[in-house]
Design a protein around this ligand. Sequence first.
Ligand code: AMP
Length: 621
Amino acid sequence: MALLQLSEPGDSPAPHEQRLAVGIDLGTTNSLVATVRHALPECLPNAEGDVILPSVVRFLRDGNTIVGREALAVQAQDPRNTIASVKRLMGRGLQDVDAPMRGRYDLLDAGGGMVRINTVAGPRSPVEVSAEILRRLRERAEASLGDNLVGAVITVPAYFDDAQRQATKDAARLAGLNVLRLLNEPTAAAIAYGLDEAAEGIYAVYDLGGGTFDFSVLRLARGVFEVMATSGDSALGGDDFDDALADWLHRKASGVDLDCSRSRALLAEARRVKEALSSAPVVTARVPLAADGVREVEVHAQDFVTLTQALVDRSLSPVKKALRDAGLGVDDIQAVVMVGGATRMPHVRSAVAKLFGRQPHTDIDPDKVVAIGAAIQANVLAGNRRPGEDWLLLDVIPLSLGLEMMGGLTEKIIPRNSTIPIAKAQDFTTYKDGQSAMAIHVVQGERELVQDCRSLARFELRGIPPMPAGGARIRVTFQVDADGLLSVTAREQTTGVESHVTVKPSYGLSDDEVAQMLKSGFEHAEDDMQARALREQQVEARRLIEATRQALTEDASLLSASEHATLLTEIEHLEALSTTPDHLAIKAGIDALSAATGDFAARRMDKAIREALTGARVDNL
Ligand code: AMP
């Protein structure tokens, strides 16, 4: 395992030499850009003074785009061309897109595991839509900082897989940004609170946004951050609290059917009331009625708590699960960081405080905390490092990465939860005499059989010099970079022929799917061991049968007719056994055929030596 150094330690440059870099929180609902100026992190506002850019892009017929608050304002009028929550489509194939997103937009299957969104300006990829958001943030940064911008750190959810990370990087490049690195959102939040300044500790990050909930456990050891576990609920967020309150207000006020625009107005009012209740004991809601009337309903904080406590409790089960997965108790957690606008709700804070037995960190604005942490990291990577600030940030890969072996078995090269960046190599060899090519199939997952894992990439190593089976040495190296992108290299050691693939998996996995794959790995551990043992014996049986048949074709003359017949019978016997599910019986058949061919092998060896010696002079030997 090799850890890659991200940048050289150095002294803090003089202010006039400071190289400016930004941190970008590219969020599902909102995005922000921040930087460190005069040693202080700050979010950069647009000309109107807003730091939050709604992650909404409207495409116009002439190809121009409107991004942010203005696009959000017209979303209802032009829903098909006004794209929100595009982060949910990044690195995803059509079959992976959730039902609400499918219903909302005209999505096309773009092939290669990608989607396109049909708009009046033509089909647009999620990468292009995200690039529009990033471009506005870059322009905002340049307007504030001039052209000294050396690059950006962009945050992604800890569970983002290769495809989603790659899509985010592509979007940044398209927006003209130099990506210093991608950083996990919870890690950024921990940095914002300066948790990296401690020597070590285990920290939890509870992130409840508008539409999603993410929970992560981080370990800081020897100045290095590592994500130990992640969990969450991709369909839980502040919007669910709005829905619950809107339903309640509707029942209280009228109960009549609402038309579409009034229900949207009611939702907006519910959201306003919810947000106001975070700092007021009672708020008056103005519920829109038919014929443009409104009815006032008083909402007490306690009503709202009663209505939504179940949602808060729902967030606690992934929390407990992540702790269990990481083998931790709540007492092992040194501090909890709150991220996301919905963590402003007092009953969310108190539920978290009660579970962990300590008050969570809430001082930094929960909407800005990720961008601020990213800015601090960007500042370090741009070379503005203070003495002593020499940490690297490590993340983990959520599922094991490996190769397909003979018989459809997986060989894990990098086990899950390995911290990245990481590189690991393993040597393999050829299966057949004279084999000149090797098919390399890269897979991801915890199961023993390839058919139960996810296929990431296939490539071939060609030009292996002819050698007997088992003679070639092929070193396969897996390397996962600091952004979680995998590249695989296969190299034949004697000739140096090499083949390489950078894995951009054709489509992504959601956190739920990762959890499902892990769960299925645990559930099937016993069956998988049996299946593996069976496949191994079947492969060995096939290899032995092929080698024996080959030997019989080449050297039948070394055997009597009855010996020849015995070997054929043993071969047939083993062939029959290898179709059964009994790996012990196959093993016994292999042993029997090996024993039966022992004499034959010795005679072949003698013959080979005789042939080699024929005509050779003793002093040449
Ligand atoms: P985020 O995705 O992190 O921007 O969070 C957005 C969510 O936070 C939305 O559901 C907002 O209504 C919610 N939110 C923002 N401010 C407050 C507040 N003061 N009280 C409760 N929820 C809030």
